[in-house]
Structure formats: C-alpha cells, structure tokens
Ligand binder design. Sequence first.
Ligand SMILES: C[S@@+](CC[C@H](N)C(=O)[O-])C[C@H]1O[C@@H](n2cnc3c(N)ncnc32)[C@H](O)[C@@H]1O
Length: 296
Amino acid sequence: MPTDPSPVVPPNVDTSRPSAARVYDFLLGGHHNFKSDREFAGRLQQVVPRIGDYARENRSFLRRAVIEAVNVGYTQFLDIGSGIPTVGNVHQVADQARPERDTKVLYVDNEPVACAHTKLLLRDEDGDPRRHHSLEGDLLDTEGLWSRIVEDGLLNLDRPVVLLLAAVLHFIKDERDPDTALSFLRDQLPAGSLLVLSSMTNDTPSDEAEAQALREIEALYERSTNPGQLRTVKEFRRFFGDWLMTAPGLVYAPAWRPDMGIRSPLFERPEQSRIIVGVATKPGIGVPRLRGVVAR
Ligand SMILES: C[S@@+](CC[C@H](N)C(=O)[O-])C[C@H]1O[C@@H](n2cnc3c(N)ncnc32)[C@H](O)[C@@H]1O
C-alpha cells in the first residue's frame, strides 16, 4: 500500500459526493476516502450492518480466483474496475503465486482517486513498469477503452487473458447497457481467456426486512457517483454469455473454491455474503482451463 495514507485529490474530483471506489476502500479499512464517503458508508452500515463482510468476501474471492488462474498457467490479467489499491492487489497476489514474476496486470478504473493511487502504488511500491500498468478508463466506453488497451501494449491479446470485473456490474444499471460492453470484451478476447465476475445480489432475501434493506442500499447509491442496480442470480448469469462456467459454477463468494487455511466466517452460510461469483472460460480447442466445467 502507498506509504502516505492521505487521499490524493486529482483536479475535478468532487469530494462532497461519495464514490463507490472510496466507500469500498473505507469498508475495507483503507484511508483513501473523504468525509462524504465515510458518512455514506456509515449509512450503509446502519441499513446492512454486514456490508463490510460483503466487501471482504468479494476481495477474498478475487484473491482466490487470481491464485487459481496463476496456478493453471494464466499470466495476463485485465482488471477493470480495479478500485483503490488495498491489501492483496491483483499484481501482488499474482507475484506471490508465481515466483517467476512473469505475470502482467493492466488495471483500469474510471474513478480518478482510484487511478491516482494505483499509479502511485505501482510507481513507489512494488510495481514493475514492464509488467504492471494502469489506465483511467470507462468500461462503458468499451471500444475506446479497448483501443487504449491495445495501444498500451502490455497485454498480448493473442494469448489468453484473465478479465476481472469484481464488484463492478452492480454499479451499472441495465439502462446503461452493460451487456454490450461485456459482449464486446468477450468477443475481443482469445479462446481460453477467463472471465471472473462478482456482484452483489438481491436474490432470495431471507425475509421482507432484508428485501427492504437491499432496496434501501440501491436508493442510497442514487446519491453517490455510482448509482447502481442489484440483480438476481438469473439476471447476473447472462454476463458470462456462452463461456463455459468452471466448477463450482455460479455460487456465493465464500463457496467458491474456499481456502481451508483461511476459512471464511460465512463458510457455513455463504448466501449471507450477498456476493455472487463465477469464473468462465472462452471455449476453444487446446486452451488452458480451470478444472471442472459445470452445467449452467
Ligand atoms: C467496489 S469497487 C471494486 C474494486 C475491486 N474490483 C475489488 O473487487 O476489490 C468497484 C470499482 O468499480 C469502478 N467502476 C464503476 N463503474 C465503472 C466503469 N463504468 N468503468 C470503470 N470502472 C468502474 C469503481 O470506480 C470502483 O473502483
């Protein structure tokens, strides 16, 4: 993590409105956030006291997915909506998992504070400019973003890539057409690429009180820079297109290839994490694959 914990404020950042990146940073115990973010996080915690657990479970899934991908030979990662650097950033997890230090990570986010801190982390801490890059860009400007990814040149886009979109899609409403963005990216990536997705879900609330709390969370985010939409598991599944879902399928985060050494507090009741996750492979012949393709 950057040594200076105070947030960098790039020009034109409205610090009076909470942003998803900075609120998430606060929920994870980070320091790159402002008063508006902390107050907003406080309101979220009043509605859903467990929201910090959701963030930690999501982050823990991301770590396990990167390790699994590295272990079967993936070396290229495109992390869109990468957020503010916190413990266990993708390049750090990948480097730990692969001592050859030949993994490459391209971070993308549209939040200026997140991008500024990612650049600082890569420059001043453990980044390797030959293997780790960061771009400020918007998933929804998909073709423009893709041109910049190509131009950046870090990733060999003829070789399989692990595309990570962790805890991003619930910040994009259907009316902003995330489907076209995902479809475009799935088309660009070569066979054997992996799609790692996670999202908060409003599927099967335990009772009316939880259903109401989830609606309140959506209503609160209307006041942030990232108004969003929670989706059911069925609604979320479509973002994988026709890619092959790897085992254990679309499941709640604590149930995705759990690390028995670092057992999740929600291991017995994974649905309480409210984070649905999945990892799918682009079909093709002779490509590396995570074990166990499962029925959709
Ligand atoms: C909750 S954070 C997740 C961070 C990280 N992926 C993780 O899972 O730990 C969501 C991130 O998505 C970013 N984001 C939201 N909409 C985006 C978009 N249209 N394009 C790029 N990034 C976006 C936000 O700025 C924020 O940093």
